[in-house]
Design a protein around this ligand. Sequence first.
Ligand code: F3S
Length: 387
Amino acid sequence: MLDGEQGPAVAKSMELLVALGEVFEAERLVSVDSAHISGVSYKNLGEAGLEFLEEQARLGAKVKIRSTLNPAGMDLDIWGEMGVSESFALSQLRAIKAFESMGIEPTCTCTPYLVGHIPSLGTQISWSESSAVAYSNSVLGARTNRESGPTTIASAVTGLTTLYGYRLEENRRPGKIVEVKAELRNRLDYSALGYLTGTLLGTTVPFFKGIKNPDIESLKALGASCATSGGIALYHIEGVTPEAGDVSDSLMRLERITVDDFDLENVISRLTSGVEDPVFCLGCPHCSLKEIKEAVNIIKDKTVTRDLWIFTSRGVYDEADKRGYIDIIKEAGGRVFRDTCMVVAPLSEIGWNEVATNSLKCAHYMSSMGFKTQVLPAEFMLEISCK
Ligand code: F3S
């Protein structure tokens, strides 16, 4: 492959993987079963990124394994309704076309595991998008490092990656116990727990004790914020995640930290700044069907009196549409967009400067981009945005 026997696109990808392997002193290459590729929004790609993708497509790059895409900078169909400019939209559509010509599915979501891309326990995969990495490593028990857009494309095109980091058994063991004494009342509390854990642990693998029966939505919120404030790519939860039992022999010698209600309140208030008229945003990570249904249960037969934007994947949107949920939200005055999110869409260019969110990942990135943020539980946001 490196010598160009399979064409120039494969050779370029192998060059990148070999360089990566040398940096991390990987013992060898290993096959991967799936790729999830970030760096899709034109807001992040810019002209240089777009040219790189089009060059790959021109060189004939084709994926060898199932490969899906992270969110783009706009809803690919109704970008005009978002207020996105035509020049941005045309560049974004060129990027999607380049990905598609390589055989990558334009799923445009950070929750590929909610739309049927579900790697199995123990398989090696190459995923970027830190929240999806945390979910796949921790909840599914698949194995990936926090890859970048270019390394996931390289893996998709070659079917290979370099063997180091979280791909190896010894690096999947926990480094600290997090004893959860706080009451986890809603998904915002899970998001706050993750954010605090990432802040305290950096990249150390946490072993959570005291978390009872979390749903998928709580786990995606926990992983997304763990990966945001620190660099956590893998966590274990006693009695919940698939590898927690296998690593329990190493717990005796580990240091332990305790998290209580006050700690979570404190972390939430740190990301709350004075807002006047924020846009209410749900869907970081992208909403599941259950979250959309929960929103519908609150909104139904009411009128939305604030700006309410809900972000989800195309797969979940279609299911929600079949059940009539999308019509209910739209008739009440809310909006639902696919393929994108509040962080990767060019929202400051369309006049946004304040958001309310139930996600500390969203609040973290929006405040780092200069937005004022308010952090509230989803149920409360929906209640106060309707009458
Ligand atoms: Fe997904 Fe965008 Fe949040 S990619 S995790 S909704 S920042």
